[in-house]
Ligand binder design. Structure first.
Ligand code: PRP
Length: 211
């Protein structure tokens, strides 16, 4: 598995805004969206299929290369907090289809349950899939989401995960189950506490985005 923390000062900036408990809800949500924009840009590097051709500029003929609109990236925001991180995906990526997945983690058991699944029954072979969830803590949620994709014909090599903060238990679980996976995250934090919060983390990303 590849875990990539893009070394960019803007990524550090938006993670720092998110970490600050004084950041108000509206700013938190837009900071999450900006972080998502940068991480999705990084995740899409060398990943998108292109088509080439020639077009006429106002003065001459030019060789051109476009993203192939026939092969949209499937964007899977994990509700709720994934909505903010995935906000700019359809404007950064020229061809996308979005399918929402609602997963809620039980506060006591930390086990996720699925309350919304808009995924199609079958996902065509070779489709590129971007799973977007800000927090990878114990890893239960992201593993459940990827299992749902694999049941529909996707292999882990087709999937990129975008998160704001990732912690070792989640990364370990993902590495054990899905060795071909690529994870793009704003930062890796050292631990998860007994309540399932990433430390130091940024708190409850869903509540802070939509409170
Ligand atoms: C949080 C977070 C992740 C999940 C991570 O969501 O946004 O989806 O927990 O935890 P895990 O790695 O231990 O499974 P939550 O269930 O609180 O839902 P929310 O986004 O609606 O707040």
């Amino acid at each position: 598995m590849l875990v990539f923390v893009p070394p960019h000062p803007l990524i550090k900036h938006w993670v720092s805004v998110l970490r600050n408990e004084q950041t108000p809800c509206a700013i938190f949500k837009s900071a999450m969206a900006e972080l998502g924009r940068l991480l999705i840009y990084e995740a899409s590097r060398d990943w998108l299929p292109t088509i080439t051709g020639e077009i006429e500029t106002p003065v001459a003929v030019a060789s051109v290369e476009f993203i192939d609109p026939r092969e949209p990236v499937l964007v899977i925001p994990i509700l709720r907090a994934g909505l903010a991180l995935a906000e700019h995906a359809p404007s950064i990526l020229p061809a996308t289809k979005t399918y929402h997945l609602g997963l809620r983690r039980d506060e006591e058991t930390l086990q996720p349950s699925i309350y919304l699944n808009n995924l199609p029954d079958k996902i065509p072979e070779g489709t590129r899939v971007l799973v977007v969830d800000p927090m990878l803590a114990t890893g239960g949620t992201i593993v459940t989401a990827i299992d749902l994709l694999i049941e529909r014909g996707v292999t882990s090599k087709q999937i990129k995960v975008v998160s704001a903060v990732a912690a070792p238990p989640a990364l370990q679980k993902l590495n054990n189950k899905f060795p071909g996976l690529h994870v793009y995250t704003g930062i890796i934090d050292p631990e998860v506490n007994e309540k399932g919060f990433i430390i130091p983390g940024l708190g409850d990303a869903g509540d802070r985005s939509f409170a």
